[in-house]
Design a binder for this molecule. Structure first.
Ligand code: GLN
Length: 481
């Protein structure tokens, strides 16, 4: 049984009864048991997955109506709620938290007969970009297990790239889908803000984050988007996409499209291998009839500072509920006054989350807000105006997803600012609400490099079409697992 197939190929094969959902699931589970001790993509597994796959096969045999996923194994980042399953956010605070309801994306995938193979690792509460801040230990990059897989949706990217599932859902607040996709050589997509419901995603910085798919191909991402996008009465920030079919016309190519190369994302600090891969991608796009030209978004240089100021503020408020009363209960209030009680309760949170919460208490506080939080909002607005201006001239923008190659586990863990700066190429799409994709492009020194394409709001389809055109020109070696 070949597990190394795309989601669409899986569907074709199950539909034509070439393979059974049960066999594929059983093989997937076996494969996970064999390799995940080393990679640590999963935090928990769905014990019923094989039984659920058997039910799908029965339905197929008896000619019953069947959902579009045909029992395909999907992994889910552990900050997305699946009813009656543990949802830990890779935090000790939620170690025993059982989600009481399904996230909207989960409901939609269940309706389409997807099977959730398990919950996957992340940086605690999605804060980080290496998965090293998981309270349950880091995930490892399947391309070289000494290296970080990226994050915060590291488990999602590892599970897709190591064939432990066919597709995954992650969340992207400042790059958390695209960064690990780039580091593990998978496709990772952050849609336009509001395209996918956040209902049931445990909030980190809800004004800018989105759930997004990680897959092996661009077509698979379009397929997933078809299933999970659209308006949701449970999330008032969702937008109506009129049931857009993202797979339709995916092969239309990019002839005549104008593509802006973001100057600030290929400058100082960029790894030379990443730069040459980007130049190579640009010349291929040129050859396919696109018109590529440099464009400057000078607010990008303040984007990381603004991003961390805004996200810390939202995290400070979103995570205030983890007070040992509503969540994470393990000692009684007896013998404490308020401050000492909260202080003790919060000790369950790891160092990165603690850092963000302290920052998030300070930057929006009276007397400091003007200098930090309000200023950050101004940067966000100005950056949005600049990118909107750029989209008057260009159809798409291009940049490397991450300016550096994957680095070793432990290498940067003690240097939070160095880690923050690596987000320079991804946070712009979040701060401005634009759709952005990372596709596998190159392997250098055995480590993956991803290329990012950014589109204008609600132009998600064009982003996918361009990504598909570029993807067709790429032939990469197989992941050495
Ligand atoms: N590295 C960024 C952060 O730590 C992005 C995280 C994310 O997108 N969830 O905030």
């Amino acid at each position: 049984m070949n597990l190394k197939i795309s989601a669409l190929e899986y569907i074709r094969q199950v539909k034509s009864r070439n393979i059974s959902a049960e066999d594929f699931m059983a093989k997937t589970m076996e494969h996970i048991q064999r390799i995940d001790g080393n990679l640590h993509a999963f935090l928990s597994l769905n014990e019923k997955a094989i039984d659920q796959a058997r039910v799908i096969d029965k339905k197929i045999k008896s000619g019953e109506k069947i959902g579009q996923c045909f029992g395909m194994p999907i992994s889910i980042k552990d900050n997305i709620c699946i009813k009656d399953s543990k949802t830990t956010c890779a935090s000790k605070m939620l170690e025993n938290f059982i989600a009481p309801y399904d996230a909207t994306v989960i409901t939609k995938l269940k309706q389409q007969d997807a099977i959730f193979v398990g919950k996957v690792n992340l940086d605690e509460f999605a804060m980080g970009l290496t998965t090293e801040f998981s309270a349950y230990g880091p995930s490892k990059n399947p391309w070289n297990t000494d290296y970080v897989p990226g994050g915060s949706s590291g488990g999602s990217a590892v599970s897709v790239s190591a064939f432990e599932c066919v597709a995954s859902l992650g969340s992207d607040t400042g790059g958390s889908v695209r960064n690990p996709a780039s580091f593990c050589s998978t496709v990772g997509f952050k849609p336009t803000y509001g395209l996918i419901s956040r209902y049931g995603l445990i909030s980190y910085a809800n004004s800018i984050e989105q759930i997004g798919p990680l897959t092996r191909t661009v077509e698979d991402t379009a397929f997933m988007l078809n299933l999970i996008s659209g308006i949701d009465p449970n999330d008032n920030t969702t937008v109506d996409n009129h049931n857009e079919d993202y797979l339709k016309d995916i092969d239309s190519g990019i002839e005549g499209k104008k593509i802006g190369i973001i100057k600030e994302m290929i400058g100082e600090g960029i790894d030379s291998n990443v730069l040459s891969a980007t130049k190579n991608a640009i010349s291929k796009l040129d050859n396919m009839g696109a018109i590529c030209e440099e464009v400057s978004l000078d607010m990008v240089k303040y984007s990381v500072a603004a991003y961390y100021t805004i996200t810390a503020t939202e995290a400070g408020s979103n995570l205030a509920r983890y007070d040992n009363l509503r969540y994470g209960y393990d000692f009684s209030v007896e013998g404490y006054e308020f401050n000492s009680y909260i202080e003790k309760a919060r000790k369950k949170l790891g160092p990165e989350v603690t850092r963000r919460m302290i920052l998030g208490g300070f930057v929006p506080s009276a007397g400091h807000a003007g200098k930090y939080f309000l200023k950050a909002l101004k940067v966000k607005n100005k950056l949005t105006r600049q990118i909107n201006e750029a989209f008057k001239k260009f159809d798409l923008l291009i940049a490397p997803t991450v300016p550096v190659l994957p680095f070793k586990i432990g290498e940067k863990i003690d240097d939070p600012v160095a880690l923050f700066l690596i987000d320079i190429n991804t946070v712009t799409a979040n701060l401005t609400g634009k759709p952005a994709i990372s596709i596998p492009y190159d392997i250098s020194h055995g480590l993956p490099i991803g290329i990012q394409l950014i589109g204008n709001s609600m132009n998600d389809k064009l982003v996918l079409q361009a990504a598909r055109a570029l993807e067709k020109t790429v032939k990469l070696p197989e992941v050495p697992i």
